[in-house]
Design a protein around this ligand. Structure first.
Ligand code: HEM
Length: 468
């Protein structure tokens, strides 16, 4: 036990062992954040939740821990499931991460996303056609909880590799499609974090099998890119690997083929569940209230009166206030990464006005921001209107779904682009028929598996094409 932290209140057992936390993470199926909430009600705004670990609940602490200027490293224990991978997300050291982010960011910049929006629109069109074909009124309804993930998985892969079909080695080996495939659920984080790797491999055999095949495919793509580097491909036509290689010319991580493949695999790990969850909450919330549903469809109708004409571009959609509020509300309720993204204090420091000694592990779950009843009254209710009041802009600083600062999400603009296009097209082009209105308003719970997992009644839908 670390005596320097004795002044912070918390359960006695947590002073001595991390098993207290592990018990809630694993045996209690991801109930750690629920327990932390209970502890804050009992002990106040700073709780000692482990021998070296403090959790904060006051919104002021969030900026101190995560925002611009934060120089804390990621906590090796929290991220142990990913530190053996070669991708950026698994990098703990802030300096190393800074260098690695400059290699990846250009591909996901606002400009680059705007240049590649047509790829997303193409995927949205294909996806809606598929929904209409498979889930028309006389067919089985779609289970929305599972139906969104494949869309994001294919769209992310296509966005990263628009030229996938031109890789001869992949198309002839039949491996090309594994890049766009997705396992049912992307992660079993706490299993990966807390069990021996061999046991994990056996237990997660489906995920592992698909990921391994996908890794093979990505390594072939990587070898291709390495062979043709330096390439004369223009930036707008470049794939993710071309940009990574260009930006890492002078200092490249060792084993470039494996590094590139790992970086690409992580895009799905980082981008599929995280984006599918808010879209699920947005659709569920809109369909759950006729008032909200009407407002959204009217706004979309005004922006896109003639369905025969082209879909509105991203810039137009970004200016639609109600659609934007619907997405923000989806993001807020989904929480994003729900687990406290723990950081290690390098030198003695001040957080939320308190002196914190070096080597302390500190963190704050996004849920303490997104579900704060003083900031978001009736926090569990889907209310786009809360983002549309006078002074609502001040709420934006409490929406921390992409986290903040030097380790915040690099795929943020791309995620917004996918959410705008999918939701606008879905609600403008499709008549949507939920099979049960009650299911849309049933209580739900969020399980912590790093990214939040919805536990509640799913949403089942039929579709028809709107005539105009
Ligand atoms: C709404 C959807 C998304 C949410 C809520 C989200 C949220 C986050 C959060 C909270 C982090 C920081 C994690 C941490 O510190 O442990 C993060 C990192 C990251 N995200 Fe996202 N993300 C989303 C979509 C995406 C997409 C679509 C991509 C790319 C395809 C992406 C790529 C990444 C990468 C590469 C990192 C690692 C950054 C680093 O380690 O410095 N994300 N994301």
């Amino acid at each position: 036990s670390d005596k320097r932290l004795d002044k912070y209140p918390g359960p006695f057992i947590a002073r001595w062992t991390t098993l207290y936390k592990k018990y809630f993470e694993t045996i209690m199926h991801g109930a750690w954040v629920d327990e932390v909430e209970r502890l804050h009600r009992l002990y106040g705004p700073i709780v000692r939740v482990g021998p070296k670990e403090l959790h904060f609940s006051n919104p002021d602490a969030y900026n101190d821990i995560y925002a611009v200027g934060s120089r804390f490293a990621k906590d090796p224990d929290t991220y142990s499931a990913v530190t053996s991978f070669l991708h950026l997300f698994g990098v703990l050291d802030p300096q190393e991460a800074l260098t690695r982010r400059t290699m990846i960011q250009p591909y996901f910049s606002k400009r680059s996303v705007s240049d590649r929006t047509w790829l997303v629109q193409q995927k949205v069109d294909q996806y809606l056609d598929e929904l209409l074909l498979k889930h028309a009124k006389d067919k089985v309804p779609v289970d929305l909880e599972y139906a969104l993930r494949p869309f994001f998985s294919t769209t992310i892969a296509t966005f990263a590799f628009p030229d996938l079909e031109q890789c001869h080695a992949l198309t002839t080996s039949g491996l090309a499609s594994t890049v766009t495939d997705t396992p049912d659920r992307n992660t079993i984080w706490f299993l990966m974090k807390n069990l021996h790797p061999v046991v994990v491999k056996i237990l997660t055999s489906t995920t592992t099998r698909i990921s391994l095949k996908e890794m093979d495919a990505l390594e072939i793509l990587a070898a291709d890119a390495l062979q043709s580097f330096p390439s004369d491909v223009e930036e707008t036509n470049a794939n993710f690997f071309h940009i990574l290689l260009k930006r890492s010319q002078f200092k490249r991580p060792p084993n470039p083929r494996k590094w590139l493949a790992s970086e690409a695999l992580n895009l799905k790990f980082a981008g599929v569940d995280t984006t599918a969850n808010p879209v699920f909450f947005a659709i569920r919330g809109v369909l759950g209230s006729h008032k909200i549903w009407d407002k959204l469809t009217n706004e979309l109708y005004d922006a896109w009166p003639d369905l025969e004409g082209p879909a509105p571009d991203l810039v137009t959609l970004e200016k639609l206030p109600y659609l934007t509020a619907v997405i923000k509300e989806g993001l807020r309720l989904s929480i994003g990464v729900i687990t406290p993204m723990n950081r290690v204090v390098g030198e003695d420091t001040i957080v939320a006005g308190e002196y914190i000694p070096a080597r302390t592990v500190i963190g704050m779950s996004n849920s303490f921001m997104h579900l704060h009843p003083d900031i978001f009254p009736e926090p569990h209710v889907f209310k786009p209107e809360r983002w549309l009041q006078e002074n609502s802009q001040k709420l934006d600083k409490y929406l921390v779904v992409f986290s903040r600062g030097p380790r915040s999400c690099v795929g943020m603009h791309f995620a917004w682009c996918m959410m705008y296009l999918l939701l606008a097209n879905m609600f403008r082009k499709l008549e949507i028929y939920p099979t049960s209105a009650d299911d849309l308003r049933a209580p739900f719970h969020l399980r912590d598996d790093f990214v939040s997992v919805f536990v509640g009644k799913s949403v089942h839908l039929h579709f028809e094409r709107k005539q105009n």
